[in-house]
Design a protein around this ligand. Sequence first.
Ligand code: ADP
Ligand code: MG
Length: 455
Amino acid sequence: MTNEELWQAALNELELAVSKANFITWFQNTSIAAHQDGVVVLNVPNAFAKEWLEYKYHKFIVKALRGLSPEIRNIEYVISSELAPLLQKRRREKGIAPQEEQLEFKELMVDRETNLNPRYTFDSFVVGPFNELAHAAAAAVSKNLGRAYNPLFVYGGVGLGKTHLLQAVGNAVKKNSPRLKLIYTTSERFTTELVNFIQNNETHIFKDKYRSYDLLIIDDIQFISGKVKTQEELFHIFNLLYETGKQIIFSSDKPPHAIHDLEERLKSRFEGGMVADIGQPEYESRLAILKSKSFGKENYLNPEVLGFIAANVQKNIRELEGALNSVVAKSKLSGRILNIPEVKEIIDKNTQPKRIVTANQIIKCVAEFYDINEKILFEKTRKKEVVKPRQIAMYLLREDFSGSYPFIGQRFGGRDHTTAIHSYEKIFNELKKNAQLIEEVKRIRELYDYNYLNK
Ligand code: ADP
Ligand code: MG
């Protein structure tokens, strides 16, 4: 199958999986730029489409492509307009023939040896109260490998700058101590690599490779959850590096103790150095980030527009960047700075929709998650494996569906509203301290986002 055929076939499936409007908005003018070693690089028309495809449709795209070509492991997204000049430059410099360039452009951005993207530096990283601690720790580590904090464990939600910060350490070390050996990888890549070496009976080569680094950076370590063999190898590699004073850095979407199915001994290693979180940026930080990103785009922006975006796009930095780029793109088209209603329209159209989920959908997802029959939730049983899901379902009905307590009680087999209140409060309080439960609730919500949004 050529890249074109592959993408066309994937699009045919994606068209069925997302709404018509979304399909046209986000998948128009996309194509496969390269396909190599299980990685597909998608060409996308602009930064906003990139953010959206990455953030919202990634799962769908992976599913569609894997269904067609099971060896595909990962997808990367590249903006077409950024690609063209890079390719031209490379062609000029190295005299590369057009048919080769497809496979080569990736290395223009990402260093093959270290996997570092030169874009992610400390210089381009805006510091505010929300990420101050993580930034200070990362900066200290970059100047004092193996001696400041080891390991450094950075955690925080999606799109808040973990990858940027980890890569900034790598780029700084590479620049200041070019002789040191370092690598950036993700826990998924680490796992895939290990599996390949195991299959070839070459686990020792894998070990030798990783013990040779002065700096090992592993991003998104939460995905190591449940992978017993990977955890075991990582544990040994960790010890070897740690004992010889080599630096290790991890990131995760949650703190070590909240990662499921993770060996205790690894958990305690993760917690043994510095654990720093990145929170949500507040308004001033969001504005500062927008200002830093609007360099060179001043003709299309003014303080009101930036202030409006900062005030209204709160979710994360990735969305903030996306909104800014989208506003600039529209402004370029119009040949003038947009007014606030115009900016508002763009933001409303493009920020993630609020959860719109029905009571039935919530209940279905809870039952699906706990693998029990939906109907049992309504019965009068006090079995432990039913009571908890029922309480969670009531909690979610209140939180995400804004159901009244009488309604919720009624919905669950005609129970009294005080039962609904009790259930809600039980889960509400439990969520303040029980990491396992937090994770379960999060996954249930992902389930209904996945099952029902965009359909
Ligand atoms: P995460 O890994 O936490 O999901 P990323 O590091 O990928 O988040 O950040 C998402 C986007 O936001 C990237 O384009 C990154 O450059 C940008 N970004 C994140 N934090 C900052 C920051 N403090 N200053 C400037 N840009 C940032
Ligand atoms: Mg990341």
